[in-house]
Design a protein around this ligand. Structure first.
Ligand code: NAD
Length: 348
């Protein structure tokens, strides 16, 4: 019987990871620790809330005393750490909130794990889930590899880079058995509609403008979230200690091309004349410090652990769009309240 702590399991990626672990590993006890910030939503994991191996704990990873007590009470064997402030635009508004959760929160978990496991690290594992944004920006050519130097440009990526460094340092200094992954942009169900793909799907449904930053030439590598969850499962169980793995979709898109593709698919789905949704595209003032291009070389995880994306981008987008169209109530619920105020401020 293993006790596994998953942080941030009420968020976008975390909910997919919690669902996968609860369903696939009935002999594990899964503890989902989440502060339920604006981005955390228990609706995201409603389907598994009554499983006997699932437990929800509401709490803040920044609260050191709470984290220490939690570890004393439960004696976890493994930690998958996903809780984070995750939106770049919000990090520009309030960088300190990102330092608190992403850096101090990670430190609290590292210390609690180190103190609990003492020097006996047998069958223990601390898994830190991170982003490719820590590597900074690429020009037109090249890919991020596991040895690319860190060069973060936004307060979000700087906070994630800092937490990555602490995880590595705990491995080197105290021997903490860690694994770390840096992944490209995810898309899929339960994605909070402040991020590009769900934001645009939601705006197209509601005939609202589609705000495209700058000239729309920013390029991102997109990965279906369920494929990220599969990779996380593999790395947690089969990855080598003290190793980093890059995870990506081998799937680069310029923002403007992706938006046009979404418009085209949505016009078909909604029975609108071709080109209708494209008229909603509005170019808005660029984000400061905006990274031009991210692209991942995921050959290490492919060669060592046999992982590759299981769906094509077309298949993943189809599943994602269908999910949003079938779950309009979820969309309405998450877009009400504080998110609306933030959205108004950001794009008015
Ligand atoms: P998200 O914003 O959807 O979810 C974050 C979750 O963490 C929420 O449920 C929130 O309530 C919780 N949380 C925030 N602050 C907390 C705190 N102080 N204590 C406890 N819980 C707290 O984020 P996501 O997109 O699912 O990202 C999850 C992780 O994956 C993050 O670490 C992120 O950096 C990383 N990541 C995300 C992407 C992506 O494309 N979304 C890509 C690569 C890596």
């Amino acid at each position: 019987m293993k006790k596994i702590l998953i942080t941030g399991g009420a968020g976008f990626i975390g909910s997919h990871v919690v669902r996968r672990f609860v369903n696939r590993y009935p002999d594990y006890q899964i503890f989902n620790l989440d502060a339920l910030t604006y981005a955390g939503n228990l609706e995201n994991i409603k389907d598994i809330e009554n499983h006997p191996n699932y437990h929800f704990v509401k709490g803040d990873i920044v609260d050191e005393a709470f984290i220490n007590e939690l570890f004393l009470n439960y004696n976890f064997d493994g930690i998958l750490h996903l809780a984070a402030e995750s939106h770049v635009d919000r990090s520009i508004e309030d960088p300190l909130a990102f330092v608190k959760t992403n850096v101090i929160g990670t430190m609290n978990l590292l210390n609690a794990a180190k103190n609990q496991w003492k020097d006996d690290f047998t069958n223990k594992r601390f898994y830190h889930i991170s982003t490719d944004e820590v590597y900074g920006s690429l020009g037109a050519e090249g890919l991020f590899t596991e040895t690319t130097a860190y060069d973060p440009n936004s307060p979000y990526s700087a906070s994630k880079a800092s937490s990555d460094h602490f995880v590595r340092a705990y491995g080197e200094t105290y021997g903490l058995p860690y694994v770390l992954t840096n992944c490209s942009n995810n898309y899929g169900s339960y994605h909070f509609p402040e991020k590009l793909i769900p934001l645009f799907i939601n705006n197209i449904i509601n005939n609202k403008p589609l705000p495209v930053y700058g000239d729309g030439n920013y390029t991102r590598d997109w990965l279906f979230v369920e494929d990220h969850a599969i990779a996380i499962d593999l790395v947690f169980h089969n990855g080598n200690n003290h190793e980093t793995y890059n995870i990506g979709g081998f799937n680069e898109w310029k923002n403007i091309d992706l938006v046009k593709l979404l418009c085209q698919i949505m016009d078909q789905k909604l029975g609108r004349a071709e080109g209708t949704s494209q008229e909603l595209i509005t170019y808005v003032k660029d984000r400061p410090g905006h990274d031009l291009r991210y692209a991942i070389d995921a050959s290490k995880i492919n060669k060592e652990l046999g992982w590759k994306p299981s769906v094509t981008f077309e298949e993943g987008l189809e599943k994602t769009i269908n999910w949003y169209l079938e779950n309009e109530e979820w969309l309405q619920n998450v877009t009400s309240g504080s998110y609306k105020d933030y959205y108004k401020k950001q794009y008015s």
